[in-house]
Design a protein around this ligand. Sequence first.
Ligand code: NAP
Ligand code: MG
Length: 486
Amino acid sequence: MIRFICDVGRTQNRPLSYPLFDASAYSIVLYVCVLFLSESGIKRRRYKSKNRKAGKMKQEKSEMKNFDRIIMCNPLVEMDGDEMTRIIWEMIKNILLAPFIELRTEYYDLGIKKRDETNDAITSEAALAIKKYGVGVKCATITPNEDRQEEYGLKQIWKSPNGTIRSILDGTVFRTPIIVNNLKPYVPTWKKPITIARHAFGDIYKDVEFRTEGPGRAELIFSEASGEITKRLTINEFRGGGVVMGMFNLDESIRSFAKTCFSYALDSKLDLWFSAKDTISKIYDRTFRNIFQEVYELEFKEKFKAAGIEYFYSLIDDLVHRVIRSEGGMVWACKNYDGDVMSDLVATIFGSLSMMTSVLVSPEGYYEYEAAHGTVQRHYYRYLKGEKTSTNPMATIFAWTGALKKRGALDGNSRLEDFAEKLEKASLQTIEDGVITGDLNELLTTPDRKVVNTEEFLGEIRKRLEESLDACANRIYTPGGPEKII
Ligand code: NAP
Ligand code: MG
């Protein structure tokens, strides 16, 4: 524990000592603790610790002797977060990334304490940095409420960081499950991931609503900028108690949602399905449908044809039938509420929220990757008590690999893309070999399994990653070979 905390603050650009493979680690920690008790022990501890770290670095180097760490030409925007995911974040960097990549990141600490300290300015700064560098990766963060305000002594209940980032980037959230062959979805026909694209703006999330207890008329009124009332519709003549709601959306927001969905589908070479309920909502939902069709005809029809992919619209009821009977492997664009519900449904059918990735894509082409789950608060409290937790790091690993792949693609850095692919494969292979975290225990379809804690799980991934990097060492390291490193 002590040694891990020491490692946490180290620079991102050199190999870090790797606690997992040190058989004598625990005896050393014990020894270190005893030395802590005496004044003179402090000096000796420093000396020993220095030597031990040097020794481990040497070991690390010899393990990696064939591996020139990958250079990044441009940085990623790295947004650190809270609680258990913050701990996992550091472990992933130490164990899976820094030994292989000269990590270049512009670091923003979005942990709740730093947000409070900066009056939340750090969140907007991070979002603006994504606009500058194009790609960001974010750890899960606490969205404060009254309990959290008390727990952390916050100056105020700050807004959701994701909401702030989304409003600056104006993006669409795409959620995709991570699929492994020994975790069967509840829908047996689903073989490929289904990506839910949720229009995260307007509708009931920005509604106004009220209750009426007695008889009366509810009306919908529109007054022009001049004040002149040009539209007036009766919603209902109430005879008794009831509820009323008003909501809206904007052409501009729907259009950028549509563009982002088409671009994402084209990028990932997947069909795009869009659903709404325009038979019932003949103006509101019909507007969504029309704008999607318009964007498709004007900008994407030819490109979709060339890529061999399809776009089609259908009523949400019909699309639910089609999705359930499909093999998966499409992007399903949903209105705000539909996307909220359907992404939870898809996550549950595929297994677990801990196996769901999320990427925010802006219409200008900025990308922000993260896990779909939160900070796993309950596990963190156990961690604070000194317990080893078996928290699943898959979605956070895939947030990193997604960001690294995108960075690689934008910079023409195929080594980086290749590494991220291999890290994903090593992670999937680990689960497929039956090495899992506790949350997957109930869901696994094969009898052979070994439930491990988070650190051990990352160590198992690392073993497989090293094997896969060794296996193609010649291809990666051939000087002057086909790999162009910029
Ligand atoms: P959560 O962190 O997603 O966790 C809910 C439960 O799901 C956990 O207690 C755990 O169940 C299980 N779980 C989630 N991720 C897991 C993983 N990686 N490995 C194993 N089990 C996992 O949701 P929450 O506890 O409701 O929220 C905690 C904090 O996260 C809140 O402050 C919330 O504001 C924040 N949050 C942030 C984001 C974000 O930044 N994107 C998203 C959602 C929530 P068991 O305890 O049964 O093992
Ligand atoms: Mg939901």
